[in-house]
Design a protein around this ligand. Structure first.
Ligand code: IPE
Ligand code: IPE
Ligand code: MG
Length: 242
């Protein structure tokens, strides 16, 4: 068992859940079976984050680039998401979890959209773990949207260019005060042995610690999660100071 230091638990953990396809390939099953197993791993990660006293969990579920995949895979992923929110909603509410979506998910299929909106609405007053699902999310897209919105406010004279502070820019991110209202993640985990951000939380990751796990996402257990947090807790964070 991995010993964790309670006082040094990150407030916000973000996870790039990668490796569903390779997990399926290893077993000779369809990619969608990998995504289904990935949903189960995601559910476990929600429960374990809650048990550890983490306040915010953000998972990368679908990127703005993932539309490049086959229609079959894309629509399958969204169907699985509906199954997840419908089947597990009651449990999320009972566990006091608040669900938010990061990203413009208005373009996802209608059934998925409705199920998600219901979940967001039904959990909005919950005060426990905040579970952010990054869906149709892209870091550059997020920054572009912020620039557009701030540009509009400048153009109509509401604010002057010199009023554009880092705080103001941050408030226009999906994690900003107007939307999910979450602090920057102290820890970003990526599974499946890939060492890149793939357009995830570009603005918010300025001083995040990165932990890479070789485990394929569907095989990600509570024990592996603990090991990632222990790795984070062994780091010295300096923020540019000495
Ligand atoms: C991550 O698993 C899930 C999504 C990107 C939706 P992948 O589907 O990327 O799995 P690999 O990388 O092909 O193994
Ligand atoms: C990142 O994984 C996106 C999600 C986990 C949703 P990808 O599998 O899409 O990233 P690349 O293509 O390997 O960079
Ligand atoms: Mg991948």
């Amino acid at each position: 068992m991995t010993e964790l230091i309670k006082e040094r638990m990150p407030k916000h953990v973000a996870i790039i859940m990668d490796g569903n396809g390779r997990w399926a390939k290893k077993r000779g099953v369809p990619r969608l079976a990998g995504h289904r197993a990935g949903m189960e791993a995601m559910k476990k990660a929600v429960n374990h984050s809650d048990a550890l006293g983490i306040k915010y969990l953000t998972v990368y579920a679908f990127s703005t680039e993932n539309w490049k995949r086959s229609m079959e895979e894309v629509s399958g992923i969204f169907k699985l998401l509906v199954t997840f929110v419908n089947r597990d909603l009651r449990e999320l509410i009972d566990n006091n979890v608040k669900v938010k979506v990061l990203g413009d998910y208005s373009s996802i299929p209608d059934a998925s959209l409705k199920a998600l909106e219901k979940t967001i609405e039904d959990t909005k007053d919950n005060t426990g773990l905040q579970f952010n699902i990054a869906l149709n999310y892209g870091g550059r897209d997020e920054i572009r949207r912020a620039v557009e919105a701030i540009g509009e406010r400048c153009a109509n004279g509401e604010i002057a260019p010199e009023d554009i502070t880092e705080e103001l820019i941050g408030s226009y991110m999906w994690t900003g005060s107007e939307h999910a209202d979450a602090p920057d993640p102290e820890l970003i985990i990526r599974t499946s042995g890939e060492y890149r951000l793939s357009n995830f939380l570009l603005w918010q990751s300025a001083y995040s610690e990165f932990v890479f796990s070789d485990v394929l996402w569907p095989d990600f257990t509570d024990e592996e999660y603990d090991r990632c947090i222990a790795d984070y807790q062994s780091r010295e964070r300096r923020f540019g100071g000495r």
